[in-house]
Design a protein around this ligand. Structure first.
Ligand code: SF4
Length: 182
């Protein structure tokens, strides 16, 4: 069997899910023997590559850069995994929705002006600071997702269980409301 091409991506999250991935410890060595990691925040690759087999996506969809990258990932990847509660439900980043859905200016004012102790000013720099979306969404509201791996963060044991099944070439099937490997 060809080596699987694996990617991991960090959208609007805290990196905690990636820390949990690193908690796979010695299983990482076994994984390295069976897959090629082709894109990840833990490596220096600028462009999301084509022909990716599995991509784990940490974080919610918060800004225009997140959304653009996510559509590129979907077009270039066979199996997407919503990796952690921020990706699955919106979780912590989606708390900003309570400050006014459809009005991300409220959030910026709250964070950078009302709560600022020094130099209150909303950061703006075209091409550098991405525009916030009007509403934070979970990944599956933006693109199709094959697997959901909840947890804040998901435990290393659950990440391992998912990766083992992916390595065995099992494919997801919807049974009722549950995604199962078959
Ligand atoms: S699910 Fe939890 S650990 Fe993962 S990015 Fe969100 S807040 Fe961080």
């Amino acid at each position: 069997m060809d080596r699987l091409r694996i990617a991991t991506v960090w959208l609007g999250g805290c990196a905690g899910c990636h820390m949990s991935f690193l908690d796979l410890d010695e299983f990482l060595i076994e994984l390295a023997g069976k897959v090629d990691l082709v894109y990840s925040p833990v490596m220096d690759v600028k462009e999301f590559p084509g022909n990716v087999d599995v991509c784990l996506i940490e974080g919610a969809v918060c800004n225009e850069d997140n959304l653009e990258l996510l559509h590129k990932i979907r077009a270039r990847t066979k199996v997407l995994v919503s990796f952690g509660d921020c990706a699955v439900t919106g979780n912590v980043p989606a708390m900003r929705n309570q400050f006014g859905i459809g009005n991300s200016e409220n959030v910026l004012q709250r964070a950078y002006v009302e709560n600022a102790q020094n130099n209150p000013r909303v950061p703006k720099a075209d091409g550098i600071v991405p525009q916030l979306l009007k509403r934070v969404t979970p990944v599956h509201e933006a693109v199709r997702v094959e697997f959901f791996l909840p947890g804040c963060p998901p435990s290393a044991a659950n990440i391992k269980a998912l990766m083992v099944q992916v390595l065995e070439g099992k494919t997801p099937k919807l049974e009722g409301t549950q995604l199962k490997f078959g």
